[in-house]
Ligand binder design. Structure first.
Ligand code: NAP
Length: 247
């Protein structure tokens, strides 16, 4: 997977929705998917960031993307219903969903966690991912082969001290992926997780402020696993949690 090389047109004619597409890994995934032919729907909190990604994709001559400014913390089911209706009207179906948006919150002993921070993390990292997946499901069913990717973390697989609510949210993400994957079984939809591993983004810098960023892999470095799971080369792979970086 880490050395997977996608064909130039691997995602041609696919419509892919990416959450947290304005920055970090989501931004690079959106541009990479567009480069391989996909029409990407850029969902994120900060409109100006989404507009920059939109401009970059258009300037490169890739398929024109769509922008969906949405704060997933406050989003209701009506927001997702409306989004599904708009996507259906414009594109007819959805071939891919990258559930990438997340917040880190503050790290520290669980004994001292702040209840409102805990609730915000669960809303953005878990509830919103479940809601958007649920409301996109009818559109995913319409695609010949649809891929849903949830974004996990090493701290969502084995407990690690002081990673608090964020770690708990990533355990929930792994569980959500496995449950959903079993339910879709052998249908046209496959559902998997990616653990990006340490990647040079703002979130990583918040968690490790003293670290030398230059030593970290970039988001571009980890794209082969994202491309593999989004392309039809991964048809038949379901319920897996893949590492985007070699151990
Ligand atoms: P990032 O640089 O902080 O980017 C997060 C993205 O999510 C941003 O585009 C942000 O939008 C968006 N977002 C945050 N809250 C949102 C909300 N309420 N509504 C809509 N969008 C929201 O993080 P990243 O490092 O790229 O992380 C991407 C994913 O990888 C996350 O799921 C993270 O947990 C996971 N991960 C990252 C690493 C790593 O080392 N970087 C390691 C393991 C797992 P704004 O910029 O507009 O706020």
């Amino acid at each position: 997977m880490h050395t997977y090389q996608a064909a130039e047109n691997a995602l041609q004619n696919k419509t892919i929705l990416i959450t947290g597409a304005g920055d970090g890994i989501g931004r690079v995934a959106a541009i990479t998917f567009a480069k391989h032919g996909a029409t990407v729907i850029l969902l994120g909190k900060t409109t100006s960031k989404l507009e920059c990604v939109y401009d970059e994709i258009v300037a490169a001559g890739y398929p024109e993307p769509a922008i969906v400014p949405l704060d997933m913390k406050g989003a209701t089911k009506q927001h997702y219903r409306d989004l599904a209706a708009t996507i259906e009207m414009q594109f007819g179906q959805l071939d891919g969903l990258l559930n990438n948006a997340a917040i880190l919150g503050s790290l520290g002993p669980l004994e001292h966690f702040c209840v409102s921070t805990f609730e915000n993390i669960m809303k953005v990292n878990v509830t919103a991912q479940a809601m958007i997946t649920k409301y996109m499901f009818p559109l995913l069913r319409k695609a010949p082969n649809a891929s849903v990717i949830f974004t996990s973390s090493g701290v969502g697989r084995v407990g690690r001290e002081f990673w608090g609510p964020y770690a708990i949210s990533k355990f929930a993400t792994e569980g959500m992926m496995q449950t959903w994957a079993q339910e879709v079984g052998k249908t046209n939809i496959r559902i998997n997780c990616i653990n990006p591993g340490a990647t040079r983004t703002n979130m990583r810098s918040s968690a490790f402020p003293g670290e030398d960023r230059e030593k970290l892999k970039t988001a571009a470095d980890i794209m082969p696993t994202y491309l593999f799971l989004m392309s039809d080369d991964s048809v038949g792979i379901n319920g897996q949690s893949l590492d985007a970086q070699p151990k």
